[in-house]
Design a protein around this ligand. Sequence first.
Ligand SMILES: Nc1ncnc2c1ncn2[C@@H]1O[C@H](COP(=O)(O)OP(=O)(O)OP(=O)(O)O)[C@@H](O)[C@H]1O
Ligand SMILES: [Mg+2]
Length: 261
Amino acid sequence: MIKIAIMNQKGGTGKTTSVINISGELIRQGKKVLIIDMDTQGNATSNIKIISEPNKNMADAIIDSNITINDIICHTIIDGLDIIQGGALLGNVFVTLQKMLMGKETVLKRLLDKLPSNIYDFILFDCSPSLESILNINVLVSTDYVLIPIRVDKNSIEGYATMLETIKEARETVNPSLKALGIFMTAVETGSSLDKEMINEFPKMLPDLAFKTYIRKNIEVRKAPLTLQPLCFYNSKCIGSQDYFNLTNEILERLEAEDKQ
Ligand SMILES: Nc1ncnc2c1ncn2[C@@H]1O[C@H](COP(=O)(O)OP(=O)(O)OP(=O)(O)O)[C@@H](O)[C@H]1O
Ligand SMILES: [Mg+2]
């Protein structure tokens, strides 16, 4: 079971879109995936059709240690894709965590440690656009890898350095095995001269981290959430699906190379 957080402290860089569409591609390759929505906005939760909803949620599990991770998993309309819901319900969690004297950063890890490792091939965390959030700190304590989507603009490009610094800090303090899996560009406009320049320059700037695949801007990417399913199940032929297919393969290749080291 490989745990990947899709994180960037900047808003609107394609985190949620990528969590859902990479999950879709992994499912198409026969993998079993659990999405954990750790964002109070709850966009991942509201973009997938949930078909069975337990009466307990992440907030209950954090507040009451008798509730296990299995008690809060929802099945979705996509076979092999489950989700733990986020959204406003996570608001209660903040209060509880603030009151905890010990272990507030490891609550999520302790929950996940009880999940048998043979149920899911992947856990993907959708995160809020923040670094200081205690929920994101819990994710950094729990995950194996961080994947960073960026938009091609000046602030995003500056933002990834902060993200990499945070990963390093987490590795040196709370999660020694944490790694940055890589950085990829989203919503790229291939007709724009700035984007064209970034397509060429970005891999040279970060040869070890930049993914060759970038996700092009595509209206189908925005339509798929309205149908409550990952893009590849809505329109498997569009350029967004092609790009997420290529990105997922590149992610899998990178993970395989890691495994051999
Ligand atoms: N490749 C793409 N083509 C077109 N639109 C896209 C693409 N990727 C993302 N978008 C759109 O950009 C917006 C932001 O994407 P998304 O919600 O995934 O970002 P986010 O990083 O999760 O945002 P937040 O930080 O608020 O959680 C959404 O409206 C989404 O539909
Ligand atoms: Mg989001």
